[in-house]
Write a protein that binds this ligand. Structure first.
Ligand SMILES: *Cc1c(COP(=O)(O)O)cnc(C)c1O
Length: 219
């Protein structure tokens, strides 16, 4: 299947309310342009250097999503243009994004990453850290952050019952923060990748991040 055929078939399997992020990490600018020419505008990358290079070369109406672990000292390279950072996983990082956004006169869209998987390697806040940030009002210290929602990655397993229960937990937590009614644009729940996006959508995801199913396997 070509890239455009793959996008079409993924989109057919998604409810219209779910935003598709085409995860283009390791893929060439010409592969990205094929998706772009088919109408895709949201792309996800997980390395600062690779994203910066692609940003410079590609059309400026692309909405770039940062989906990988982000080191504080690299925020400055993407803060001028990034559309949405999915992977804010510490207060230190939040503080740095806020500082960079302020100096550029921007407000940056962010998702907070919640750790929902078993694996130690998965970054993210735990429930109580996130709950404290909002419930105790500390989120207000960061005026140049637009809190748009939550992101999470499930355990990498074929056990879809387990994956489903992790996504369900994230959705419950998302609804709980939303219902505090203190964040006007808190409406994105980013969960689901190639192997688990149907389960994620079933459990309330409204943004899926799909790479291999669109662009083919990565090396
Ligand atoms: C690579 C990556 C994806 C996409 O993975 P696929 O399995 O290729 O769909 C989604 N989210 C994050 C955070 C990633 O790093």
């Amino acid at each position: 299947m070509s890239i455009s055929e793959s996008i079409e078939s993924v989109k057919r399997s998604l409810p219209p309310s779910v935003t598709l992020i085409a995860v283009s990490k390791t893929k060439t600018t010409s592969a990205i342009m094929e998706a772009y020419n088919f109408g895709q505008r949201d792309f996800g990358e997980n390395k600062v250097q690779e994203l910066s290079e692609k940003y410079a070369l590609l059309p400026k109406d692309i909405r770039w999503h940062f989906i990988g672990h982000l080191q504080s000292n690299k925020v400055k390279y993407i803060s001028p243009f990034i559309y949405l950072i999915h992977s804010v996983d510490s207060i230190k990082l939040l503080n740095e994004i806020n500082k960079r956004a302020e100096s550029e006169g921007r407000v940056i869209n962010c998702l907070l990453q919640l750790s929902i998987a078993d694996e130690e390697s998965k970054f993210g806040f735990n429930d109580s850290e996130l709950w404290d940030l909002f419930e105790k009002g500390r989120f207000k210290d960061f005026k140049h952050i637009n809190y748009r929602g939550l992101m999470g990655m499930a355990t990498n397993t074929d056990d879809m019952k387990k994956v489903g229960s992790e996504f369900s937990h994230l959705n419950t937590f998302f609804q709980k923060i939303k219902s505090l009614d203190i964040l006007p644009e808190f409406n994105i729940l980013s969960m689901g990748m190639t192997n688990d996006y149907q389960t994620a959508v079933h459990h309330g995801s409204n943004m899926v991040r799909i790479g291999s199913l669109i662009f083919g396997e990565r090396n």
